[in-house]
Design a protein around this ligand. Structure first.
Ligand code: MN
Length: 161
């Protein structure tokens, strides 16, 4: 089973394009058409990556990115924003909101797939690094600790009455 990617996109053609592309590359894609369902879907699907449209009715992708990054359960999941606005200020706002990646529409198929793979690889590296530093492991043995091999008390007490 491939890695799971949640695709949040209100435009049916783009949604199909993104999902088809991802599936063709071995990913398991789940579509979300209504941004208001994005967080619940992300919790239920537990994807390794979220592809997030920015221009959507009801709730913008920008708000959703902020909400996901404020959510303890979802914040570690990388987000790749996809937007038709190519203005520099927009990219900055998207990055400030916490998106790890950014691709502008109309997408280049090659760039889209490369960006997905790069974000997944970076997330896997972060996870491996976090696991290596995780607490709960045996502390390293101390070598200069004095040994407790002094003779014990004699077993029998002497001089009992
Ligand atoms: Mn849209």
């Amino acid at each position: 089973m491939g890695q799971k990617i949640l695709v949040v996109e209100d435009n049916e053609l783009n949604l199909k394009l993104f999902c088809d592309l991802l599936r063709a590359h071995g990913y398991e894609a789940q579509a979300v058409r209504d941004g208001r369902e994005a967080l619940a879907s992300a919790r239920a699907f537990a994807p390794q990556l979220v592809v997030m449209d920015i221009q959507m009715p009801h709730i913008s992708g920008l708000e959703l990115i902020e909400q996901m990054k404020a959510d303890a359960e979802l914040r570690a999941t990388p987000i790749m924003a996809v937007t038709a606005y190519a203005a520099r200020g927009d990219e900055e706002r998207i990055r400030d909101a916490g998106a790890e990646g950014y691709v502008s529409k109309p997408i280049s198929v090659v760039r889209f797939v490369e960006a997905v793979a790069a974000l997944l690889a970076a997330a896997a590296e972060r996870e491996a690094a976090a696991a290596a530093e995780a607490p709960g492991e045996e502390p390293p043995a101390r070598e200069n600790e004095p040994r407790e091999d002094e003779p014990g008390e004699p077993g029998e007490e002497e001089g009992r009455e």
